[in-house]
Write a protein that binds this ligand. Structure first.
Ligand SMILES: [Zn+2]
Length: 259
């Protein structure tokens, strides 16, 4: 994803912007099945993270459901039902509203996964190859299996003790691929996208710097304690670790955005 381009969603530039759920925009185009806006805060499906859902409110008071959001030829397309699309026209001002519980679940799951992957890499040198995130948990695939059930339990215990129940800052950094290649202890070199001038790193202070375009919490305590679920063996010797989020974390900035 090009994070240099104009019209890039604000959440890519700042983690704070990931906590914004309302925005004003104008209808730019109505391609088949969807709508393009002059700006958007909706996250499109990608990088293992599901899209946001929510609604567009029109000047005449219609509330139009955004069911799906996707990248299509470099644009972010909001998919609506045909009946709802029929209420939009080019140039119309709309107010976008993102479903907060769904978005926040994805943010918490995504930060949890980065941290768990980093813990596995630090302790066992095993990189994560891909991840799937949901609103109440997720899973990620390790290139090789952990040595034992005990090491799996210890990883979750340490993550809960040192991070998910403590306040460790999460932030963004922007570096060139060359700068990133020189960083020690990278766990994700094989997954770097090609042809980018700049990488967006999600930084968990003191433990992880991973290229990622997803939305994240600002503080690890917002994740709250996570629970490991039975892992799966993958063909080729890998292992899929699965986790569930617990009750809402206790972080300093667990937010309640306006109505
Ligand atoms: Zn990520």
């Amino acid at each position: 994803m090009d994070v240099n381009g104009k019209g890039v969603p604000a959440y890519l530039r700042s983690l704070d912007a990931g906590y914004e759920t309302h925005f004003q925009a104008e209808v730019m185009a109505l391609p088949p099945g969807g709508v393009l806006l002059s700006r958007t805060l909706f996250y499109p499906t990608g990088g293992g993270q599901p899209c946001d859902q929510g609604e567009l409110r029109t000047p005449s008071g219609d509330r139009l459901r955004v069911m799906e959001v996707e990248h299509r030829s470099g644009a972010i397309v909001h998919r609506l039902s045909p009946a709802h699309l029929g209420k939009l026209a080019r140039g119309m001002p709309v107010e976008g509203r993102i479903d907060w519980p769904r978005r926040y679940g994805h943010m918490r799951s995504h930060t949890a996964q980065h941290l768990l992957s980093a813990m596995v890499f630090r302790r066992h040198g095993i990189p994560t190859e891909r991840a799937r995130l949901g609103g109440s948990g997720g899973s990620f695939d390790l290139a090789r299996a952990l040595p034992s059930e005990e090491s799996l339990r210890e990883t979750f215990d340490a993550a809960n003790r040192e991070f998910f129940t403590r306040s460790v800052p999460v932030s963004l950094a922007f570096v060139t691929p060359e700068e990133f290649a020189r960083e020690p202890g990278r766990s994700s070199a094989a997954r770097l996208p090609h042809g980018l001038a700049e990488l967006r790193l999600v930084v968990i202070e003191g433990v992880d710097r991973t290229p990622c375009g997803g939305t994240h919490v600002r503080d690890t305590s917002e994740v709250g304690p996570v629970e490991g679920e039975p892992s799966l063996s993958l063909p080729g010797g890998g292992q899929r670790l699965r986790f569930r989020l617990g009750p809402l974390g206790s972080g300093p900035s667990v937010p309640t955005p306006p109505g």
